[in-house]
Design a protein around this ligand. Structure first.
Ligand code: ATP
Ligand code: MG
Length: 353
């Protein structure tokens, strides 16, 4: 898939903007605070259904306006996809896919697959397990819609189970009432674990290869730190065994909502021992590996978005990255014109030309 056209109305600092893209690499170039990231945030929002910067969607509406609209047209040799999103100030957002309204954002996920990378993605390596779960979730959801719905179901069940744990005073009453949630949680939970396991196994060889290439020989190893259960029954047994603890704590103390990925470079845990540069290379390698496994699943490379990435890399790594980017349609942003590749789009004060 390639993005052919993007139209913005009242999105962030854009009043009205249409851009057509014919090239493989598009460089959005301009000074700070002009609207480069805003533009790719709009692409991300249309493809993933949320922003990478904020959970408060209303912030995306241009100040003083009532709505923001993104229209994205993408195509490959066999199909064209049109995604329209309107974020309203005073009502829920509306999303259309090929002209038809859709109810759930999951229905748009994966229609135009993307991989996003920015210096901020270092948090994928450095920060809490939540970041690595998010990484797994966004990736798997784009290639497997069932997973996205499964995850929403799991989160709702978990929420209900936790409410019960918090509000029930009598342990015996809790024991009785919680069974229905345990069964549902185990049913969805085991499937999530299996999908994540598959994902980590799939991404491992590509991530190692990318990392070895970019770092010049370092070994990268990923270990999925999962909640160890063989099947639904064992999951339920472990839940009931831990009930007293959960009762005391007031929440569900284990399950795939606590999963993580341990990342090692040359057998050292990179989160604690890696240098900033190593951590950056790991997060980049993971993203490049994502490109490859998405291609394996969908048959074509996703769209790659690189926000402010080039300025952070030395020339050698930059060149290696460019080799990868030539495989797929790439949007990159930079303040430095000498780092631009392909078609240059100049961004100034909410206008792109
Ligand atoms: N809802 C909004 N309405 C109008 N303008 C907004 C809104 N949200 C953000 N902006 C403006 O957008 C600007 C930021 O744009 P953006 O993040 O795209 O900059 P950038 O070109 O990527 O800059 P940098 O090179 O610093 O990353 C802010 O300075 C702000 O003035
Ligand atoms: Mg920016």
């Amino acid at each position: 898939m390639k993005i052919k056209r993007l139209t913005l109305n009242n999105f962030r600092n854009y009043k009205k903007q249409t851009l057509n893209f014919d090239d493989n690499i598009i460089s959005l170039c301009g000074k700070n605070a002009q609207g480069k990231t805003n533009l790719i945030e709009a692409i991300f929002f249309a493809c993933i259904g949320k922003s990478f910067r904020t959970n408060k969607e209303k912030q995306l509406i241009k100040w003083g306006e009532d709505f923001a609209k993104i229209t994205l047209l993408a195509s490959n040799e066999v199909r064209t996809k049109k995604i329209e999103v309107i974020i309203w100030k005073s009502q829920k957002k509306t999303v259309k896919l090929d002209g038809l309204p859709i109810k759930r954002i999951g229905d748009v996920l994966g229609e135009v697959p993307i991989v996003f990378f920015s210096p901020d993605e270092l948090k994928l390596v450095k920060e809490s397990p939540e970041e690595r779960r998010k990484f797994m979730n966004i990736h798997i959801s784009q290639t497997n819609k069932k997973y996205f719905y499964l995850l929403s179901r799991y989160e709702k069940i978990l929420d209900n189970r936790n409410k019960l744990l918090k509000t029930t005073k009598d342990f015996n009453v809790l024991k009785e009432n919680i069974q229905i949630w345990d069964k549902a949680l185990a049913n969805a939970g085991i499937k999530i674990i299996k999908e994540r396991e598959k994902f980590v196994n799939e991404i491992q060889p590509f991530a190692s290869k990318a990392h070895e290439y970019i770092s010049g020989g370092e070994r990268l190893r990923l270990v999925y730190k999962k909640f160890e259960v063989a099947d639904e029954n064992e999951f339920m047994k472990k839940l009931s065994k831990a009930l007293e603890k959960d009762f005391k704590m007031g929440y569900t103390t284990f399950g795939p909502h606590r999963d993580d990925i341990d990342i090692f470079v040359n057998d050292q845990e990179v989160k604690s021992f890696g240098s900033q540069g190593q951590q950056r290379t790991v997060s980049l390698s993971l993203k490049l590996a994502e490109l490859e496994i998405m291609k394996n699943v969908t048959g074509e490379y996703p769209i790659l978005i690189l926000d402010d990435v080039f300025s952070e890399l030395d020339e050698n790594r930059r060149k290696k990255l460019i080799k990868f980017t030539s495989r797929c349609q790439t949007f990159l942003t930079t303040t430095d014109e000498s780092l631009c590749e392909g078609k240059i789009v100049r961004v100034e004060d909410g206008k792109a030309n």
